[in-house]
Design a protein around this ligand. Structure first.
Ligand code: SAH
Length: 222
């Protein structure tokens, strides 16, 4: 009798392949994005308690009362960014670092900001484990963006803000793209802002999402 549990490597690969199929059937069709997801072991980013659920297409709890995003949403947002290999990307809300790791495989440099020191530290260890050398981390309030490194080709916000991301749009190149969940309450709109090269941005709605809120300042607790 062959038992999948006897071969954890095979099991993880099979589960990952199944997850990729699910994402493709839901509209994440960009081969580069799917390949990045396929190369990123999500179980490295989930807490021990939820490790056996790492390959499910669902958001899961992580430390500090935050969440690791649902793989479909990670795929959708990454695809919406239309990344080019030379891109410098700013990400707000590192969390587990899962989305960061996906971005790092598709862009030249990823700058990521997190307001919990604990989450930042854990994510940094994971980037080292995976040998991701193009991720630059910062413990701070992502609402401020990262002025010293602006302007960015792409900006991805993974915490929900009730206001339009006007401050972050100022740190985007004129032809850049910013993707963010916008809205109050548990359900928000996922919005894609695309620059026309002359200082104007067109807005496209990508559907409803559920993100934890973007909060002001850094967390006082660890
Ligand atoms: N992309 C993450 C999802 C993390 S959830 C992942 O794949 O795991 C959103 C994260 O945004 C949380 O970790 C939260 O602490 C962080 N966050 C919320 N407000 C923030 C702010 N103002 N600056 C930086 N990070 C913030």
């Amino acid at each position: 009798m062959s038992d999948e549990a006897d071969d954890p490597v095979e099991t993880a690969q099979t589960r990952l392949a199944r997850l990729v199929l699910v994402l493709r059937s839901q509209g994440v069709t960009d081969p580069a994005v799917l390949s990045a997801i396929e190369k990123t072991p999500r179980d490295l980013f989930t807490p021990d308690l939820f490790r056996d659920r790492a390959w499910e297409d669902s958001a899961l709890p992580i430390a500090c009362g935050q969440t690791i995003s649902q793989p479909f949403i990670v795929g959708l947002m990454t695809q919406a960014l239309t990344l080019e290999p030379r891109a410098r990307v700013l990400e707000i809300g590192t969390g587990s670092g899962y989305q960061t790791a996906i971005l790092s495989r598709l862009a030249r440099l990823v700058y990521t900001v997190e307001r919990y020191r604990t989450l930042m530290g854990e994510a940094e260890k994971r980037f080292a484990t995976l040998g991701l050398t193009n991720v630059i981390t910062r413990f701070g309030d992502g609402g401020d963006g990262w002025v010293e490194q602006a302007p960015f080709d792409r900006i991805l916000v993974t915490a929900a803000s009730s206001e339009e991301p006007d401050r972050l749009l100022k740190q985007l190149k004129p032809s850049g793209v910013l993707v963010a969940p916008v809205g109050k309450g548990p359900v928000q709109r996922l919005v894609r802002y695309a620059g026309d090269g002359k200082g104007e941005f067109t807005k496209e709605q990508l559907g409803e999402v559920r993100f934890v809120p973007m909060l002001d300042g850094v967390a006082k607790e660890l």
